[in-house]
Design a protein around this ligand. Structure first.
Ligand SMILES: Nc1ncnc2c1ncn2[C@@H]1O[C@H](COP(=O)(O)OP(=O)(O)O)[C@@H](O)[C@H]1O
Ligand SMILES: [Mg+2]
Length: 324
């Protein structure tokens, strides 16, 4: 398979977190084994205030274990973790009011109603947010009286987000939030997660969906077999590991595709039934092609650029697709 050639559905991420923001989570040399299985092996990273940070990797990579150690739910074997300057195990009582947690594969009593669950969760905290407003924000107002078991997968996940937000936490942890949801429900959740960030919260999420990471995350850390193998913004990682770009356009021009190969940044050029596909690298590539088309007065019917995705970064780094 040819790496670095799939179209990116979301080529540009418009939101950017402040790179000067202080770290709200710091993890250094985290280790955790279950018997002989090393789940997390010397993992270090930090999460900045106000960003969406994604721990991404395939099933079994160690994402949930890492996240649960950071939340204080799991006891690490080694390493240092600080969350809002606190130790998640020792200071659990203080931290519980400042972080919101959505667990992978969470369940509720099946007959509990949405409104009852929210009220119950609210009763656990000294200063909960307004539950009606929260349900409204998550599009669950009409489901207030619905039993948990009657909710769709997307509605259940929205309820879990509501429960994680009930005490207005500073950091929200979301573990594989959209796994198993259909594309429509997934998009709704993505909008909600971006909304959480826009209200000034920090989001720490895990996902094995590269499109989700690309869409949501300011920065990602790629984890495989318990080890972090790369870290950075999705765009940085694509630039670093998959600098190839493609320009595809349709034209009635009858010239040779090879004419484009004279341009410095073009590395390949083919034409098939009037569809020209040019491969190239570097900042100048797309402009060079456009300037050549203009200078040669070649008329094009459509024109698009294709950027590599995080999926291809993963493939490049590991030699296999994340779906494997
Ligand atoms: N409670 C557990 N007992 C034994 N092994 C576990 C347990 N939880 C996770 N593991 C193992 O640890 C590794 C990492 O799992 P996990 O952190 O759940 O990864 P991910 O969330 O990336 O899928 C896997 O090999 C998994 O089988
Ligand atoms: Mg997991």
């Amino acid at each position: 398979m040819k790496p670095c050639s799939q179209p990116s559905v979301y080529p540009s991420v418009t939101h950017r977190a402040n790179p000067q923001a202080p770290n709200v989570v710091e993890v250094e040399g985290l280790r955790k084994s279950y018997g002989r299985t090393v789940a997390v092996d010397e993992v270090s990273f930090s999460v900045r205030e106000g960003e969406i940070f994604g721990l991404i990797g395939p099933n079994g990579a160690g994402k949930t274990t890492t996240m649960e150690c950071v939340e204080g739910i799991r006891q690490p074997d080694g390493g240092r973790i600080s969350v809002l300057g606190l130790n998640p195990r020792r200071d659990a009582d203080r931290l519980v009011h400042r972080i919101g947690v959505q667990l992978q594969e969470a369940q509720l009593q099946k007959r509990i109603k949405v409104g009852e669950a929210v009220d119950l969760w609210a009763s656990l905290y000294a200063a909960p947010v307004d539950s009606a407003a929260l349900l409204d924000q998550l599009g669950l107002t009409a489901k207030r009286g619905a039993k948990f078991m009657t909710l769709s997968g997307g509605q259940k996940q929205r309820l879990f987000i509501a429960l994680a937000l009930i005490h207005d936490p500073e950091i929200v942890f979301l573990d594989e939030l959209t796994t198993g949801l259909d594309p429509q429900a997934r998009r709704t959740i993505w909008e909600l997660v971006l909304g959480i960030k826009q209200r000034g919260k920090t989001v720490f999420l895990t996902t094995h969906l590269m499109e989700e990471a690309e869409r949501l995350c300011d920065r990602v850390a790629i984890i495989e077999h318990g080890r972090l193998i790369e870290m950075g913004s999705p765009a940085e990682l694509v630039r670093r590991h998959c600098p190839q770009r493609e320009v595809i356009f349709t034209s009635t021009w009858r010239g040779e595709a090879a004419a484009f190969e004279g341009l410095g940044s073009v590395t390949s050029a083919v034409v098939d039934d009037g569809v020209f596909t040019l491969g190239g690298e570097g900042e100048e590539f797309v402009s060079e092609v456009i300037e050549f088309l203009a200078a040669t007065s070649i008329k094009v019917r459509d024109f698009r650029t294709v950027l590599p995705t995080l999926e291809e970064v993963f493939l490049k780094l590991t030699g296999h697709l994340i779906r494997d």
